[in-house]
Design a protein around this ligand. Structure first.
Ligand code: HEC
Length: 157
């Protein structure tokens, strides 16, 4: 009888252990790695306040203005929201707190097509203005640039 119990216990143990052993592989596939949780890059991304010049919340330097125009022209707000607050795509106000310039560039070029983020490597405007776009989104993320329409610092154009 003792032997019997022992065998049952062993069987129970085996049954319990088996799923646990499989978990790492399963969770690896299921894990959604979002950069927002990547604390390692947050230090590198910095405040980015040196990337743009803004006055009164809506007058910006030429490069940042070109970034905003690119945002509008490519209609990123379709998926990220008019105020970058997030829709089907994540809130870029949050994302830009952690995304480095390099990571941002890579996402612009390659996208994440399997997750609904299109690549913009075929857009000349994005490829020429992605740094201004990064500066603009940094300004939005820092709360220095207001949502909505922007104009040039010097009042022109
Ligand atoms: C068709 C919808 C769609 C459009 C249009 C779109 N995005 Fe996205 N974007 C997404 C989705 C969905 C994700 C999340 C992908 C993921 O889960 O990794 C994303 C992710 C991103 C990320 C990474 C965010 C992070 O935290 O990792 C950045 C940056 C980004 N988009 C910028 C842009 C910019 C700039 C534009 C316009 C030039 C744009 N997106 C246009 C859907 C879109």
């Amino acid at each position: 009888m003792k032997l019997m119990v022992c065998a049952l216990l062993t069987a129970a143990l085996v049954v319990n252990v088996a799923p646990a052993a499989e978990t790492p592989a399963q969770s690896g596939a299921a894990t959604k790695s979002t950069s927002a949780t990547n604390a390692g890059s947050s230090a590198e991304s910095g405040s980015g306040k040196d990337l743009y010049v803004v006055k009164d919340g809506n007058k910006v330097d030429a490069k940042t203005l070109a970034g905003w125009r690119t945002w509008r022209a490519l209609a990123c707000e379709r998926c990220h929201g008019a105020e970058q607050e997030g829709l089907v795509g994540p809130s870029l106000k949050e994302s830009l707190k952690v995304l480095t310039k390099e990571e941002f560039h890579e996402i612009m070029v390659k996208g994440r097509p399997e997750k609904g983020m299109p690549p913009f490597n075929t857009s000349k405007m994005v490829m020429e203005n992605w740094e201004g776009l990064y500066a603009y989104l940094k300004g939005r993320s820092n709360g220095d640039i207001e949502p909505g329409r922007l104009t040039a610092l010097d009042g022109g154009k």
